[in-house]
Design a protein around this ligand. Structure first.
Ligand code: ZN
Length: 194
């Protein structure tokens, strides 16, 4: 089922996700819906907060972007194919920097049509549980590292605009204000209807 994506201005985007102790059938269904929603919106990643649930759960698939914005993957210190891990589900992820920061363009499905340059470590070490609740760990670089960091931020209530340099954010401030106002208006209308 394709779910509605929560836009900037909704409080759930600022909530830290609860840890998932068991991968229940409800969580499995949620994962399937999140992949369907991400694909329908041509995203490379989607966090639970973006479909209105404050949980430590995100889905990622960067394979379609491999030509334009490549990713690297290492498992147990050995280079691995992206197919080995993708489509990727991360539950309760922990991320540690493994290289110097680099600048790169980023967007977010909760901020339609808004893009900005963000500086993040070029590669990271990741440990998490997979879709079956099994522990996984890997090192990744390029777009995958960026996506993992962007999505893990979501799980902690942090948005990509928080990571922008003041100058970059100033350039899109007007668009942000408009988006936030539209979202708040929509929320108000939904409330009076109930
Ligand atoms: Zn995002």
């Amino acid at each position: 089922m394709i779910l509605e994506i929560v836009k900037y201005g909704e409080p759930v985007l600022r909530q830290k996700g609860a840890k998932i102790e068991n991968v229940t059938s409800e969580i499995k269904n949620l994962i399937a819906d999140m992949f369907e929603t991400m694909e329908a919106n041509h995203g490379v990643g989607l966090a639970a907060q973006q479909i209105g649930r404050a949980l430590q759960l995100t889905v990622i698939d960067v394979r379609a972007a491999q030509k334009d914005r490549p990713s690297t993957l290492e498992i147990d210190g050995q280079p691995a194919e992206l197919d080995h891990l993708m489509p990727l589900v991360l539950i309760n992820p922990m991320v540690k920097p493994a290289a110097e920061p680099v600048a790169g363009s980023e967007g977010c499905l909760s901020f339609p049509e808004i893009f900005g340059e963000i500086t993040r470590p070029e590669s990271v070490d990741v440990s998490a549980l997979d879709a079956k609740g099994k522990p996984i760990s890997f090192r990744c670089g390029g777009l995958l590292a960026r996506a993992v960091q962007h999505e893990t931020d979501h799980l902690n209530g942090i948005l990509f605009i928080d990571r922008m340099e003041r100058k970059v954010k100033a350039e899109i401030q007007e668009e942000l204000d408009v988006l936030q106002a539209v979202t708040k208006e929509k929320l108000k209308k939904a409330k009076t209807k109930n």
